[in-house]
Design a protein around this ligand. Structure first.
Ligand code: EPS
Length: 408
């Protein structure tokens, strides 16, 4: 069983979303505003549609938190859908099976779950599928991720992201050392660190909107302050690379994940890929296991053998364009079998900037799970003590070598 698990429920136009996270130790300070901050960040981004003007995502604690601290019990959160007022009748739980309701969807969108979903689940209205396939569900995951982020932050770990490409336009820009990445990326309407690319991307989004088209792109998550040795090399399902990639590939419309140098590493010789290990007697804190074993570069993206190296974790995530096109693609009507244009409901031109916030949340959940697996602990006191003990032990190795060499 994982150390940390989470579950979400809720339809896009239902009453709301429920998020449950289980395994967070007792004594973690947390406030609703900290979760709401991430929910608000997820709703931003140039290219989103009208729905984001309706919603003001906020959590209500249902359980697991008392007097501003976690209790160690499952944490349940509710996010109400403000749009519910407009959908109450269409989405009502009461009624008769098979009855015809307004806003039926019978022209499935290529690229969406619509068609396979109705076949697999034996439905006659693709709304029964799209309501849950919708990226609305990611709000609940971001809420769980915000709790995991709080845990990591208490231990000095910062999770940030920025957009590196949109609609084929690439962005440059240096990630700051420390905890300042999101302050920079959140200030950009497309969450990029490159002002020139930002202007081009906004123009590309405006053009796509006029064309009734949609755009994909890539984001990069950077995690700084991670201890060495999270994850493990000993078994496939304990390797952190796989756990991260699996989680990130579960974001709607995500089609690829790269770690560190990523796919480029496949094209280069080993001498250009692996990060040399060099001895260095610098003034790093005695409990830093990396002291004495410095790395030249970080092409590994902070992972070797399925474990964290202590260098920044760097993961890139690629998202395809949203499947709801205002200039629709060809499809077949589910009722009549006739050729038709795919349904085009209100949607976003692009949601890549928001996907970065979702990816941060999921990376935080995977890392918090791996951290708790390393430390164990029912309370934050215990987690802290166990982590410090491990770091002191691993960091002491260099000290021991240095003392032995000095004696010799
Ligand atoms: C979505 C379509 C749009 C998006 C929605 C995902 O919603 P609506 O159909 O209500 O206009 O805004 O995203 C969210 C609601 C959200 O919170 O991210 C879709 O079809 O997936």
């Amino acid at each position: 069983m994982p150390s940390l698990r989470f579950l979400t429920a809720g339809e896009s136009h239902g009453r709301g979303l429920v998020a449950i996270i289980e395994g967070i130790p007792a004594g973690l300070p947390i406030a609703a505003e900290q979760v709401d901050h991430d929910l608000g960040r997820r709703m931003q981004g140039y290219g989103r549609g009208a729905r984001m003007k309706i919603e003001q995502d906020r959590i209500e604690w249902l359980s697991g938190v008392r007097a501003g601290e976690t209790l160690g019990s499952p944490i349940a959160m509710l996010i109400r859908n403000r749009d519910w007022a407009n959908w109450e009748e269409i989405m009502a739980a009461e009624g008769t099976p098979g009855e015809e309701r307004r806003r039926r969807v019978v022209r499935p969108r290529p690229g969406h779950a619509d068609l396979v979903g109705v076949l697999k689940y034996d439905r006659h209205d693709a709304r029964d599928i799209l309501e849950r396939a919708s990226a609305r569900e990611t709000a609940a995951r971001v809420a769980c991720g915000a709790v995991a982020r709080r845990l990591l932050a208490e231990l000095g770990v910062d999770v940030g992201s920025h957009l590196v490409s949109l609609g084929g336009i690439r962005a440059m820009g240096d990630v700051p050392v420390g905890a300042g990445l999101n302050a920079l990326s959140d200030a950009s309407p497309v969450r990029t660190l490159d002002p020139a690319a930002e202007a081009e991307m906004i123009a590309r989004i405006d053009q796509a909107k006029r064309d009734g088209d949609t755009l994909g792109g890539e984001i990069e998550v950077v995690v700084q302050g991670l201890p060495v040795g999270l994850g493990s090399h000993v078994h496939w399902d304990r390797k952190l690379d796989g756990r991260l990639a699996g989680m990130l590939m579960s974001i709607p419309a995500v089609k690829g994940v790269e770690i560190g140098m990523g796919f480029e590493a496949a094209r280069r010789p080993g001498s250009e890929v692996h990060d040399p290990i060099v001895a260095a007697t610098d003034d790093a804190p005695p409990n830093d296991p990396r002291a004495g074993f410095r790395r030249v570069g970080n092409n590994a993206g902070g992972l070797e053998g399925g474990m964290t190296t202590g260098e920044p974790l760097v993961v890139r995530v690629a998202m395809k364009p949203i499947a709801t096109l205002m200039s629709p693609l060809k499809t077949v009507n589910l009722d009549t079998g006739a050729e038709a244009n795919a349904q085009s409901e209100r949607s976003d031109v692009t949601a890549v900037p928001a996907m970065g916030v979702i990816a941060e949340a999921l990376v935080a959940l995977v890392l918090a799970d791996a951290l708790l697996e390393k430390t164990g602990g029912d309370s934050m006191t215990e987690v802290r003590r166990n982590l410090d003990a491990f770091l002191t032990q691993a960091g002491g190795r260099w000290q021991a070598i240095a003392e032995r060499e000095a004696d010799a």
